[in-house]
Design a binder for this molecule. Structure first.
Ligand code: ZN
Length: 77
């Protein structure tokens, strides 16, 4: 199995928690678009934003849940 070398692989429908809250007070976002920019929807207010991948990696605190395409890195070693 191919292991992703990137520090943080994102998948559609991942729910992430960021270090700073959205102005609405929400911390959690659903990944809705992948690419150089990552599309996120605030799970609290439904607002959609685009963040550069590196910016998102900086702001990421943790994954709340992973999308169906996520494969646990059991074979990572
Ligand atoms: Zn919000």
């Amino acid at each position: 199995m191919v292991t992703l070398k990137e520090p943080v692989p994102f998948f559609l429908d991942d729910v992430v928690r960021l270090r700073k809250p959205h102005p609405c007070g929400g911390y959690e976002w659903t990944v809705v678009r992948l690419g150089a920019d990552i599309g996120l929807v605030c799970t609290t207010c439904g607002r959609r934003v685009l963040l550069p991948r590196r910016e998102l990696e900086r702001r990421l605190k943790t994954f709340v849940s992973r999308g169906p395409e996520y494969v646990a890195p059991e074979d990572a070693q």
